[in-house]
Design a protein around this ligand. Structure first.
Ligand SMILES: Nc1nc2c(ncn2[C@@H]2O[C@H](COP(=O)(O)OP(=O)(O)OP(=O)(O)O)[C@@H](O)[C@H]2O)c(=O)[nH]1
Ligand SMILES: [Mg+2]
Length: 377
């Protein structure tokens, strides 16, 4: 991998592991940054990006023109106000073309094998003629990097498949956080014809809950030997998952994996199901040896048939849209509140008064709200 293949935005001290090197062999560009863009000179790319109209974006996405799809996602992820306005109009226009996919969330402890599983699972689906989009979501992190570098190398075969599209996690910003951006990217991928959306997230903090609120089916990837403590910690997550895949069920580990599966199935039996009318269950698989991957897809298809027939599938999506809207309202209110000049000026003094006990918490809130509403108390 030669250094001169790196684009201009790669840091000078980037080592050989840098993601961009992986792009070297991409044909047609799994995220639109392959052939087309790399053959265009830098200044022309910039120019083209500026001159794309809404119609260009719209048509490009509908036709699944990969460079345009990638640019449209960049627009969604941008924190610039003018991009925000255009991207909102674009998403609005694409909305009637979205929704025709199964959205699958994949979470699990670091190193459980999520990326390896996505590679094996995604490749199998691509070979069957499905179009698979992989989105990484990491709402707990405000910067991109780290595992994403690894993801691209681990999903090397998938990233080269013409039916696959891989997009790393966006960074948070002013105009809606990672969740807003990921959700809109998902809609855009659907409009571009992707019928399986895989959303990977690392199992820490709030991530699982955020991803659960975006997907139809939620898969938790676990491994054996995680210990009782971890299982206790994972109880909350077990309550929101539709399936637990005990990965790395290969070699010496098969027996342990099977007994972990039984244990998880027993636990799941006592929990409230994540999806009405669907009994969440545990399975074993080996992402590395592509074992149990077909069974996993079969299980997801059964899930879809069952929940579509009962109406739960559609109801959940409607509910998710409502939650999304009101979540965004709260996000915008919060951002307006904290950027209000009067509020910003008043906060330091109020903090001092609160700490010294001169003012009660409730009174402080009343005062801040009055400043925000610009009313006299
Ligand atoms: N034996 C075995 N190893 C596996 C299997 N799946 C993944 N691994 C290995 O486990 C390690 C971690 O796999 P990843 O796919 O990167 O795990 P991940 O969950 O995506 O990790 P993060 O993205 O860092 O959270 C790698 O060295 C894989 O080769 C499996 O089924 N069997
Ligand atoms: Mg990973």
């Amino acid at each position: 991998m030669s250094k001169n293949k790196k684009p201009e935005w790669v840091p000078e001290n980037a080592n050989e592991q840098y993601t961009t090197n992986v792009m070297d062999g991409v044909q047609g560009g799994h995220d639109g940054l392959g052939q087309t863009v790399s053959t265009v000179r830098h200044n022309r790319v910039i120019k083209r990006r500026q001159t794309l109209s809404i119609d260009d974006y719209y048509n490009g996405v509908i036709e699944n023109n990969l460079p345009v799809v990638a640019q449209a996602i960049t627009l969604i992820e941008s924190n610039a106000k003018k991009h925000f306005d255009i991207s909102q109009e674009l998403v609005q226009r694409l909305l009637p073309h979205s929704g025709n996919s199964i959205r699958i969330g994949i979470s699990g402890v670091p190193g459980a094998g999520k990326s390896t599983l996505i590679e094996a699972f995604g490749l199998m689906l691509c070979e069957q003629g499905h179009k698979v989009a992989v989105l990484a979501v990491d709402p707990s992190s405000s910067i991109t990097g780290g595992s994403i570098l690894g993801d691209k190398t681990r999903m090397e075969k998938l990233s080269r498949h013409q039916n696959a599209f891989i997009r790393p996690s966006p960074s948070a910003g002013m105009l809606g956080g990672v969740a807003r951006k990921s959700r809109e990217t998902m809609l855009l991928c659907e409009a571009a014809g992707y019928d399986v959306i895989l959303v990977e997230t690392v199992g820490v903090g709030q991530n699982e809950v955020t991803v659960r609120s975006m997907v139809d089916f939620f898969l938790l990837v676990l491994i054996t030997g995680a210990g009782d403590e971890l299982q206790g910690m994972k109880k909350g997550v077990m309550e929101i998952c539709d399936c637990i895949a005990v990965n790395k069920a290969d070699g010496d580990n098969i027996i342990r994996a099977k007994s972990a599966m039984t244990e998880f199935n027993n636990l799941l039996h006592y929990l409230r199901p994540a999806t009405e009318g669907w009994a969440s269950r545990a399975i074993t698989c080996s992402a590395l040896y592509q074992d149990g991957i077909e069974e996993l897809w079969h299980l997801i298809e059964t899930f879809r048939q069952t929940t579509e027939a009962s109406g739960v599938y559609a109801t959940r999506r409607q509910q998710q849209t409502l939650e999304w809207v009101f979540g965004m309202v709260i996000e915008q209110l919060k951002s307006r509140f904290y950027s209000h000049d009067g509020v910003k000026r008043a906060i330091p003094q109020l903090k001092t008064d609160l700490i010294s006990g001169e003012i009660t918490a409730t009174k402080a809130v009343t005062q801040l709200m009055a400043i925000f509403d610009e009313v006299k108390l």
